[in-house]
Design a protein around this ligand. Structure first.
Ligand SMILES: O=C(O)C1=C[C@@H](OP(=O)(O)O)[C@@H](O)[C@H](O)C1
Ligand SMILES: C=C(OP(=O)(O)O)C(=O)O
Length: 450
């Protein structure tokens, strides 16, 4: 079920070879930021390759509600006429961010240093996720938040009328928390400093610098320290959004586990804060190569070529790598079923507060399809079954989580028997063309009645 629909069950049947070219959509993290930063610049930002998934479309609506002019000109081609830092207007209604943690947390940051109140909500998944991790640091700027028990949405944020700059050490490895503080800092006078002990994706730092903000990053004993000078005039940009490595993960992993496959996934951003899955797969012995390596918009980019890999081995995934592949653990746990030996993933407590509890969702769904998975509060282990792979034949619950739905649909392609997913609707939040794209490669996905 998407935030507005009925459940859409889907069955993924064991597939023949998957072959061809998989042009995945634009990066979700960069798409949200293009719209939000564009809305805070003075003048017109033009965007190509924007991800038109539900999460990003909800952010576009929110930017309109705050006073920016956001226009779609053609598929993927958008413009945002920004209102300048400090220029947002009080929205007339509640802001509904649907399924998107990134959307709600970044927008909460962006409005926290404006002198008005905004009420935020989302779908059942987003309403279950913790927002205190954002409202706590925003209180340091002078904002006040009232939400449901446990810091859940709906939540009303009363912005600071006289914001002060903040120094904040993030207590969890989260680019959303870091970004919320930096966005609030944009409209506070003086320098806002965020320190993160573990580096998380750095799109906010890179893009704000591109928009002309004064932002510096240095390594200190405490961690990675980011200093932003408040109240800049952000200059509008031309942004070409690179293709999303988190979406590329699905056709890549499908090829690795499906006999005879050879798939090319062109133009994928390999920013080191995002590319942990591909490093892990190569360590496991996957036949995954980077072709035509180049730079685009200051980011490393390559075409990924993935081939069926019957000789993968289970590995210990370093905990330090977790942030750089945090959204990819569901699909990694599927690939791990097809490797020989155990794959152990420590340091992944954050998976418990995503769109679903992803450790539990994967463990339960994989077990229902014949795998052995152990879990602790902050880790899990998949007992690989070697090239004979996953038996399949079971159902998995998507739990309003796009990555869980897609991971199990990919599992069915390499499994011995079909895998049924109770609801493929959430896939549209980040990868609206998934069904057609995988079908064109040779996957057999069928929609069934609820
Ligand atoms: O900043 C971002 O764009 C994101 C940060 C990550 O969340 P956390 O900040 O909660 O780790 C990630 O899981 C999410 O898909 C996108
Ligand atoms: C965690 C994710 O997204 P968000 O936090 O933006 O809902 C994701 O896309 O895997």
């Amino acid at each position: 079920m998407s935030s507005h629909g009925v459940p859409m069950p889907m069955i993924s049947h064991p597939a023949g070879p998957l072959t061809g070219r998989a042009e995945v959509p634009g990066d979700k993290s960069i798409s949200h930021r293009s719209l939000i930063f564009g809305a805070m610049a003075v003048g017109e930002t033009r965007i190509t390759g924007l991800l038109e998934g539900e999460d990003v479309l909800d952010t576009a609506k929110a930017m309109r509600a705050l006073g920016a002019e956001v226009v779609q000109h053609a598929p993927g081609e958008w413009s945002v006429h920004g209102v300048g830092v400090g220029g947002f207007a009080e929205p007339e209604d509640v802001i509904d961010c649907g399924n998107s943690g990134t959307g709600v947390r970044l927008i909460m940051g962006a409005v926290a240093t404006h002198d008005f109140a905004v009420t935020f909500t989302g779908d059942a998944s987003l309403r279950s996720r913790p927002m205190g991790r954002v409202s706590d640091p925003l209180a340091l700027f002078g904002a006040r938040a009232v939400g449901r028990a446990g810091g859940r949405l709906p939540m009303t944020l009363v912005g600071a009328s006289e914001p002060v700059p903040v120094r904040y050490v993030t207590p969890v490895p989260s680019a959303q928390v870091k970004s919320a503080v930096l966005l609030a800092g944009l409209n506070a006078p003086g320098q806002t400093v965020v320190i993160e002990k573990e580096a998380t994706r750095d799109h906010t730092e890179r893009m704000l610098a591109g928009f002309g903000a004064e932002i510096t990053v240095r390594e200190t004993e405490e961690g990675r320290e980011i200093t932003l000078t408040g109240q800049p005039e952000l200059k509008p940009q031309e942004i070409a959004v690179p293709r999303d490595p988190s979406s590329a993960a699905f056709p890549v992993c499908a090829a690795l586990i499906t006999p005879g496959s050879d798939v090319l996934v062109p133009g994928i951003g390999l920013n080191p804060t995002r590319a942990g899955l591909f490093t892990t797969l190569r360590e496991m012995g996957a036949d995954l190569s980077y072709e035509n390596e180049r730079e685009e918009g200051g980011e490393p980019v390559a075409d990924l070529r993935a081939k069926f890999s019957p000789d993968m081995k289970g590995i210990e995934v370093p905990a330090e790598r977790a942030a750089s592949m945090i959204d990819e653990y569901p699909i990694l746990s599927v690939v791990a079923c097809f490797a020989t030996g155990k794959t152990h993933c420590p340091g992944v407590k954050e998976l418990r507060v995503k769109e679903s509890d992803r450790i539990d969702a994967m463990a339960v769904g994989l077990r229902a399809n014949g795998a052995v998975v152990d879990e602790t509060e902050d880790s899990f282990t998949v007992h690989g079954m070697g090239p004979q792979g996953l038996p399949g034949g079971g159902e998995a619950q998507a739990r309003l989580d796009h990555r869980i739905a897609m991971a199990f649909l990919i599992a069915g392609m390499g499994a011995k028997a079909p895998v049924r997913v109770d609801d493929a609707g959430p896939v549209a939040t980040s990868f609206p063309i998934f069904e057609g794209l995988m079908g064109d490669l040779g996957a057999k996905l069928t929609r069934v009645n609820a």
